[in-house]
Design a protein around this ligand. Structure first.
Ligand code: GDP
Length: 451
């Protein structure tokens, strides 16, 4: 996501940075390039136009052009305006819960969107999030009576997420189902009711009439529009149609893990006037994040998204495990079992591509990894290689002579070269740890990172 846009903007910026003084014309030229980059990333035209106008107005101001670092100032303005375009920092500052559920229970969350946008999956993801992270007791109900098996799909996801779903009564219409769901939620003390409404392939009048009727009957606290960020300009059109007809309170952008050009994400706030509340980042039920305009802007401007990365690590990595591992590393007792655990954690965190995309300065490294065939398959291969070692070999990798390496390669369906690669990786990690010990241990490392 955002890779091309990010590259383009960075080219423009490196030119700006390299200049001591900037004239008004320089800024206008740079903004013309930024505008093209935005349009090529599928940002809606009025949104791009507005953005450029705002940045230009601020950037050609005297205090910017006369400052010692005019290039940096312009970049900062672009950053600020990008954050504003994505929704403004106030929407994620203070970490208030993204959904307004402070109403007499059950708080109804109505999910709307086109078929295939990821609506049902997002419903289950959000329900799970509310249950696991906010201690809510959610109930889900599917109102999709058009698509065969839609209701069953939600029931299956409910089981996976360990979230209750309303029992299916064949033949009932959406408004009736909504009413039944509200009754059941009240009776059984569910505090949040998520309604997964019907989708269509296209926006049409019947769909909008149905959404209005359901909204009228259920009086939702939140109406979330689910849009697929891969559909670019179409997503923008869908958002426009829905926001004129149903009282939206927010947007869920799915498939942010894909390599869409990102324009949908960038336009959504301006087009709907509503905040993007969540971003879907994969097919798994855990693959959903709060949308943070500031962090996304950082990612686009190539500054990386360290905060999300750290949060992800904190969620995935067991603190005790990490400490035990750190101790082992420090004592020089880091063996193949430990390396394997690390690799598995990397995979749990979304694989190499995901990590690379979030780390500062990693865009280039990511390209290099792709070039060197260093993709997630490598993680899987490495795991297979370590799995083919004997217990003894795993704790004493120095035992691996040519004959043993051949056996391990054959056992894991890889090559001796690949086995060597992982042994080298293990050695290098050991060496790095020795360095850290010399620098004063983990405290030294923390100091290096400014901790
Ligand atoms: P609906 O028709 O709108 O209810 O769409 P579904 O929830 O059935 O999703 C359609 C497909 O998209 C499913 O295969 C989902 O697993 C997939 N999907 C949903 N959200 C995401 C996401 O954020 N990332 C990825 N990669 N796939 C997603």
């Amino acid at each position: 996501m955002f890779d091309t846009l990010s590259d383009r903007l960075n080219t423009v910026f490196s030119r700006l940075r390299g200049r001591g003084a900037l004239g008004e014309q320089d800024v206008r030229d740079a903004m013309r390039e930024v505008r093209v980059a935005l349009l090529e990333a599928d940002v809606a035209l009025p949104v791009a136009r507005d953005f450029i106008a705002r940045v230009t107005e601020r950037a050609v101001g005297q205090e910017v052009l006369k400052s010692v670092t005019p290039g940096q100032q312009v970049i900062k303005i672009v950053n600020d305006e990008l954050v504003a375009m994505l929704g403004g920092e106030e929407e994620s500052a203070g970490e208030a819960p993204p959904l307004n559920l402070n109403v007499t229970p059950p708080a109804v969350v109505m999910m709307v969107g086109l078929q295939g946008s990821g609506k049902t999956t997002s419903t289950a993801k959000i329900a799970k999030l509310l249950k696991d992270k906010q201690g809510k007791k959610p109930l889900m109900a599917s109102l999709d009576v058009n698509r065969p098996a839609a209701q069953e799909q939600l029931a299956v996801l409910g089981e996976q997420a360990d979230v209750a779903t309303l029992p299916i009564v064949p033949g009932q219409q959406p408004v009736e189902i909504a009413k039944r769901a509200m009754g059941a939620a009240k009776l059984q003390n569910y505090d949040v009711l998520l309604l997964d409404t019907a989708g269509r392939l296209h926006v049409d009048e019947a769909l909008m009439a149905e959404m209005k009727a359901v909204a009228g009957a259920a009086d939702p606290a939140e109406v979330l529009l689910v849009v697929d960020s891969l559909t670019g300009q179409d997503a923008v059109n869908v958002a426009q149609s829905f926001s004129g007809e149903v009282p939206l309170t927010g947007v869920v952008l799915t498939r942010m893990d894909g390599d869409a050009r990102g324009g949908a994400a960038l336009s959504m706030r301006a087009v709907t006037g509503k905040p993007i509340k969540f971003a879907g980042t994969g097919e798994k039920l855990e693959a959903i994040e709060r949308f943070h305009p500031g962090r996304v802007a950082d990612r686009i401007l190539g500054m990386g998204d360290v905060v999300s990365l750290v949060e992800k690590a904190a969620e995935t990595i067991d603190a005790e495990d990490a400490e035990a591992l750190a101790k082992k590393m420090m004592a020089g007792k880091f063996d193949m079992n430990d390396l394997r655990k690390q690799l598995q954690q990397m995979q749990n965190m979304g694989g190499l591509g995901m990590l690379a995309g979030m780390m500062p300065g990693m865009k280039k490294a990511k390209a290099a990894m792709a070039g060197a065939d260093m993709d997630d398959k490598v993680l899987v291969h490495m795991d297979a290689i370590i799995g083919s070692m004997t217990k003894k070999e795993r704790s004493h990798p120095q035992l691996l002579n040519a004959k043993r390496k051949k056996r391990v390669a054959a056992g894991s369906g890889t090559s001796v070269q690949e086995v060597n690669k992982i042994l080298k990786m293990h050695q290098e990690m050991g060496r790095a740890m020795k360095q850290i010990r010399k620098m004063g241990g983990l405290k030294g490392l923390a100091a290096m990172f400014g901790g």
